[in-house]
Write a protein that binds this ligand. Structure first.
Ligand code: GTP
Ligand code: MG
Length: 369
């Protein structure tokens, strides 16, 4: 909400700050001259001095960036599902992602995988599926903590020889909290000691009752190692995605999330971004957190230069002024505004840091007393 310092309020009311502080003390509040009080307190205080207070909302940049709901349903087009792979340590997340990518990308692409980026797309039945290659619930949690919803479907990898483990349960809880449907990949079925029935029982105990047990959880037996069941898994992902009726409007300025970022020796700051709505074009200007970018070039998951990226498409973006933070949302806006927003956010961050430092210093003083 809006705030004002005692000093500013006193100036506006043409009274002494000390008088305001005194009055607040009588109301039971201990404040200093540079302290900010909320609009409500300011209003009460001003009334005590015979003023009426009108709170004008400050020009709020964040609400300006909030996504307006689509008014024209005809503008919405189907988009590929965005899938995250989660599961317990060593249950085969990375192997599964590799298997999905190899059976679907290398086979059809001359030259194979030229470059690895943090997200990629595969095709199944002439439809695309986007995988975010940040397996593990830590990345998931970090993104969710930032309010970024980047996953439509969670693939829960459970090793058939090990079963439901603590991090499996955590992953289930994360997916549930984010309201994301779960498809179970029952991995390592090639192992002699694999025990699918035991794992299904453990899943049922967690409320994920498999379909063949009369529940509605899709469980696909796979072997990432032997590349078995991969096509089935992709098919099931599409099935679940169909129910979600995922749509976006490709004909508007892009917005989405920074998936990963780094400083490249030759190319400068590089970010893998996931476009979630609209279309990102070379030449667009965007803001992500405190960072500004003019999109100089875009590279897709096969290492090809592209000039545009539509909904659910992951691309590497070149042209950031500095490395943006993973998990940060990005929005395409007109250049001047993008720069202003980045600056304003930076100023706010600095202010918060200064305030935190001041607080620490103050606590230090208190301790010494
Ligand atoms: P973390 O990233 O450490 O959490 O592990 P992960 O879940 O990514 O597992 P990863 O893919 O690294 O696989 C762990 C081990 O299991 C490796 O030695 C893999 O070769 C093996 N593995 C993965 N999938 C299969 C499978 O389907 N069958 C068999 N037999 N082994 C597998
Ligand atoms: Mg891994």
């Amino acid at each position: 909400g809006e705030t004002i310092t005692i000093k500013d309020l006193a100036e506006k009311m043409h009274v002494k700050a000390a008088d305001l502080i005194k009055r607040l003390m009588m109301l039971g509040m201990l404040v200093t001259i540079n302290q900010e009080i909320d609009a409500e307190t300011a209003a009460i205080l001003a009334q005590e001095f015979g003023y009426e207070v009108e709170v004008k909302p400050e020009f709020d940049i964040e609400s300006l960036l909030a996504e307006e709901p689509e008014t024209d349903p005809a503008a919405l087009k189907p988009r590929p599902p965005i899938v995250t792979v989660m599961g317990h340590v060593d249950h085969g997340k990375t192997s599964l992602l590799d298997a999905i990518r190899k059976t679907n990308v290398t086979a059809t692409e001359a030259g194979g995988i030229t470059q690895h980026i943090g997200a990629y797309q595969v095709e199944k039945n002439n439809r695309k599926i986007t995988f975010i290659d940040t397996p593990g619930h830590e990345a998931f949690t970090a993104m969710r903590a930032r309010g970024a919803k980047v996953t439509d479907v969670a693939v829960l990898v459970v090793a058939a020889d090990d079963g439901v483990m603590p991090q499996t349960v955590e992953a289930i809880n994360h997916a549930r909290a984010a309201n994301v449907p779960i498809v179970v990949a029952l991995n390592k079925i090639d192992k002699p000691n694999a025990n699918p029935d035991r794992v299904k029982k453990e899943l049922a105990d967690q409320g994920l009752v498999p379909e063949d047990w009369g529940g509605d959880t899709i469980v696909v037996p796979v072997s990432a190692l032997k590349k078995q069941g991969i096509e089935d898994l992709l098919e099931m992902i599409l099935l679940v995605a169909d129910i979600l009726e995922l749509k976006a409007n490709p004909d508007r300025p892009a917005r989405g999330t920074i998936i990963e970022s780094r400083l490249d020796k030759g190319r400068g700051p590089v970010a893998t971004v996931l476009v979630q709505n609209g279309t990102l074009n070379v030449g667009d200007t965007l803001v992500a957190g405190q960072q500004f970018a003019r999109v100089r070039a875009m590279i897709d998951d096969r290492g090809r230069r592209v000039s545009e990226a539509g909904p659910s498409t992951p691309v590497e973006v070149l042209g950031f002024s500095e490395v943006p933070e993973a998990g940060e949302a990005f929005v395409v806006v007109e250049e001047r505004l993008a720069r202003q927003i980045a600056q304003k956010r930076l100023a706010k961050k600095r202010e918060e840091e200064a305030r935190a430092r001041a607080k620490i210093a103050l606590e230090d003083v208190y301790r010494r007393i």
